[in-house]
Design a protein. Sequence first.
Length: 198
Amino acid sequence: MANQTQTRVDPLTPIHKGIRRSLFETAMALGRTDFTVPQETAAAEQQVALCFGFLREHAEHEDRHTIPEVLQRDRALGETLELAHPRLERLAIEIDSLWPRFAALPAAGRAALGAELCRRFQGFVAEQLLHMDQEERQVVPLLQAAFSDEQLGAMSGRIVASIPPPRMQEWGALLGPALSAPERAAMGPKPGAPAAAA
Protein backbone atom coordinates (compact mmCIF):
# COMPACT_ATOMS: atom_id res chain seq x y z
CA MET A 1 0.00 0.00 0.00
CA ALA A 2 2.80 2.43 0.90
CA ASN A 3 4.51 1.75 -2.42
CA GLN A 4 1.30 2.41 -4.30
CA THR A 5 0.91 5.74 -2.53
CA GLN A 6 4.47 6.72 -3.41
CA THR A 7 3.92 6.02 -7.11
CA ARG A 8 0.82 8.18 -7.44
CA VAL A 9 1.15 11.45 -9.33
CA ASP A 10 1.52 14.27 -6.82
CA PRO A 11 0.55 17.58 -8.45
CA LEU A 12 1.75 19.85 -5.63
CA THR A 13 4.57 18.53 -3.43
CA PRO A 14 7.41 18.70 -6.00
CA ILE A 15 6.46 22.29 -6.84
CA HIS A 16 6.32 23.14 -3.15
CA LYS A 17 9.84 21.78 -2.72
CA GLY A 18 11.08 24.33 -5.23
CA ILE A 19 9.10 27.10 -3.58
CA ARG A 20 10.49 26.18 -0.18
CA ARG A 21 13.98 26.33 -1.67
CA SER A 22 13.29 29.85 -2.92
CA LEU A 23 11.80 30.92 0.41
CA PHE A 24 14.69 29.54 2.47
CA GLU A 25 17.43 30.86 0.20
CA THR A 26 15.81 34.28 0.13
CA ALA A 27 15.49 34.34 3.92
CA MET A 28 19.16 33.45 4.21
CA ALA A 29 20.13 36.15 1.71
CA LEU A 30 18.16 38.74 3.65
CA GLY A 31 19.88 37.67 6.84
CA ARG A 32 23.28 38.30 5.22
CA THR A 33 22.31 41.69 3.79
CA ASP A 34 23.86 44.90 5.10
CA PHE A 35 20.93 47.23 4.52
CA THR A 36 23.14 50.29 5.05
CA VAL A 37 24.76 49.45 1.68
CA PRO A 38 22.47 50.46 -1.21
CA GLN A 39 23.89 47.83 -3.59
CA GLU A 40 23.21 45.03 -1.10
CA THR A 41 19.72 46.33 -0.45
CA ALA A 42 19.02 46.40 -4.20
CA ALA A 43 20.25 42.82 -4.58
CA ALA A 44 18.05 41.72 -1.68
CA GLU A 45 15.03 43.45 -3.22
CA GLN A 46 15.67 41.65 -6.50
CA GLN A 47 15.88 38.25 -4.80
CA VAL A 48 12.64 38.86 -2.89
CA ALA A 49 10.97 39.89 -6.16
CA LEU A 50 12.10 36.65 -7.82
CA CYS A 51 10.77 34.61 -4.89
CA PHE A 52 7.45 36.43 -4.89
CA GLY A 53 7.20 35.97 -8.65
CA PHE A 54 7.30 32.18 -8.30
CA LEU A 55 4.83 32.27 -5.42
CA ARG A 56 2.36 34.47 -7.27
CA GLU A 57 2.45 32.33 -10.40
CA HIS A 58 1.93 29.17 -8.39
CA ALA A 59 -1.00 30.70 -6.49
CA GLU A 60 -2.55 31.80 -9.79
CA HIS A 61 -2.26 28.28 -11.19
CA GLU A 62 -3.88 26.86 -8.06
CA ASP A 63 -6.66 29.46 -8.19
CA ARG A 64 -7.41 28.55 -11.80
CA HIS A 65 -6.88 24.80 -11.88
CA THR A 66 -6.79 23.30 -8.39
CA ILE A 67 -9.12 25.19 -6.07
CA PRO A 68 -12.20 24.80 -8.34
CA GLU A 69 -11.72 21.02 -8.19
CA VAL A 70 -11.36 21.15 -4.41
CA LEU A 71 -14.48 23.30 -4.03
CA GLN A 72 -16.54 20.69 -5.88
CA ARG A 73 -15.44 17.95 -3.48
CA ASP A 74 -14.79 19.69 -0.15
CA ARG A 75 -16.38 23.14 0.00
CA ALA A 76 -14.97 24.04 3.43
CA LEU A 77 -11.41 23.19 2.41
CA GLY A 78 -11.78 25.00 -0.89
CA GLU A 79 -13.06 28.13 0.82
CA THR A 80 -10.16 28.01 3.28
CA LEU A 81 -7.73 27.90 0.37
CA GLU A 82 -9.56 30.72 -1.41
CA LEU A 83 -9.00 32.94 1.62
CA ALA A 84 -5.38 31.90 2.13
CA HIS A 85 -3.99 33.20 -1.15
CA PRO A 86 -5.24 36.81 -0.76
CA ARG A 87 -4.03 36.82 2.85
CA LEU A 88 -0.56 35.69 1.80
CA GLU A 89 -0.54 38.25 -1.01
CA ARG A 90 -1.33 41.01 1.48
CA LEU A 91 1.67 39.94 3.56
CA ALA A 92 3.87 40.03 0.45
CA ILE A 93 2.61 43.51 -0.42
CA GLU A 94 3.41 44.69 3.10
CA ILE A 95 6.99 43.52 2.62
CA ASP A 96 7.24 45.10 -0.84
CA SER A 97 5.98 48.40 0.58
CA LEU A 98 9.13 48.74 2.70
CA TRP A 99 11.64 48.88 -0.16
CA PRO A 100 10.96 52.50 -1.28
CA ARG A 101 11.54 53.76 2.28
CA PHE A 102 15.24 52.82 2.39
CA ALA A 103 16.52 55.60 0.13
CA ALA A 104 15.39 58.47 2.38
CA LEU A 105 16.77 57.01 5.62
CA PRO A 106 20.16 57.50 7.30
CA ALA A 107 22.33 54.42 7.84
CA ALA A 108 20.89 53.63 11.28
CA GLY A 109 17.36 53.91 9.93
CA ARG A 110 18.17 51.65 6.99
CA ALA A 111 19.59 49.03 9.34
CA ALA A 112 16.48 49.15 11.53
CA LEU A 113 14.15 48.94 8.53
CA GLY A 114 16.17 46.04 7.15
CA ALA A 115 15.76 44.18 10.43
CA GLU A 116 12.01 44.76 10.29
CA LEU A 117 11.87 43.57 6.68
CA CYS A 118 13.73 40.40 7.65
CA ARG A 119 11.29 39.71 10.47
CA ARG A 120 8.31 40.26 8.20
CA PHE A 121 9.76 37.96 5.56
CA GLN A 122 10.44 35.27 8.14
CA GLY A 123 6.82 35.53 9.30
CA PHE A 124 5.74 35.28 5.67
CA VAL A 125 7.82 32.11 5.26
CA ALA A 126 6.14 30.59 8.32
CA GLU A 127 2.67 31.34 6.90
CA GLN A 128 3.61 29.90 3.51
CA LEU A 129 4.97 26.72 5.06
CA LEU A 130 1.74 26.12 6.98
CA HIS A 131 -0.31 26.79 3.85
CA MET A 132 1.71 24.34 1.74
CA ASP A 133 1.58 21.74 4.51
CA GLN A 134 -2.22 21.93 4.52
CA GLU A 135 -2.30 21.51 0.76
CA GLU A 136 0.02 18.52 0.83
CA ARG A 137 -1.84 16.82 3.68
CA GLN A 138 -5.38 17.55 2.49
CA VAL A 139 -5.51 18.66 -1.14
CA VAL A 140 -3.13 16.08 -2.62
CA PRO A 141 -5.02 13.07 -1.15
CA LEU A 142 -8.33 14.60 -2.20
CA LEU A 143 -7.15 15.02 -5.80
CA GLN A 144 -5.58 11.57 -5.88
CA ALA A 145 -8.86 10.05 -4.69
CA ALA A 146 -10.85 11.96 -7.29
CA PHE A 147 -8.61 11.57 -10.35
CA SER A 148 -6.50 8.92 -11.99
CA ASP A 149 -2.79 9.51 -12.49
CA GLU A 150 -3.51 10.10 -16.17
CA GLN A 151 -6.03 12.81 -15.29
CA LEU A 152 -3.67 14.41 -12.78
CA GLY A 153 -0.92 14.37 -15.39
CA ALA A 154 -3.23 16.03 -17.89
CA MET A 155 -4.14 18.70 -15.33
CA SER A 156 -0.47 19.40 -14.75
CA GLY A 157 0.12 19.38 -18.48
CA ARG A 158 -2.43 22.14 -19.00
CA ILE A 159 -0.64 24.30 -16.46
CA VAL A 160 2.78 23.61 -18.00
CA ALA A 161 1.41 24.43 -21.46
CA SER A 162 0.27 27.83 -20.21
CA ILE A 163 3.81 28.80 -19.13
CA PRO A 164 6.11 30.28 -21.82
CA PRO A 165 9.17 28.04 -22.46
CA PRO A 166 11.74 30.54 -21.13
CA ARG A 167 9.81 30.84 -17.88
CA MET A 168 9.38 27.07 -17.72
CA GLN A 169 13.16 26.76 -17.87
CA GLU A 170 13.38 29.08 -14.85
CA TRP A 171 10.91 26.87 -13.00
CA GLY A 172 12.98 23.82 -13.95
CA ALA A 173 16.16 25.46 -12.66
CA LEU A 174 14.42 26.21 -9.37
CA LEU A 175 12.92 22.75 -8.96
CA GLY A 176 15.78 20.52 -10.07
CA PRO A 177 18.11 20.97 -7.08
CA ALA A 178 15.17 20.76 -4.66
CA LEU A 179 13.91 17.35 -5.82
CA SER A 180 14.91 13.80 -5.02
CA ALA A 181 16.41 11.63 -7.75
CA PRO A 182 13.10 9.79 -8.39
CA GLU A 183 11.26 13.10 -8.63
CA ARG A 184 13.82 14.46 -11.09
CA ALA A 185 13.49 11.30 -13.16
CA ALA A 186 9.69 11.74 -13.20
CA MET A 187 10.18 15.16 -14.77
CA GLY A 188 11.21 13.34 -17.94
CA PRO A 189 13.74 14.29 -20.59
CA LYS A 190 12.69 17.94 -20.78
CA PRO A 191 14.11 19.88 -17.84
CA GLY A 192 11.73 22.68 -17.12
CA ALA A 193 8.68 20.59 -17.98
CA PRO A 194 7.90 18.70 -14.76
CA ALA A 195 5.09 16.21 -14.48
CA ALA A 196 3.87 18.18 -11.49
CA ALA A 197 2.20 21.49 -12.19
CA ALA A 198 3.88 24.75 -11.37
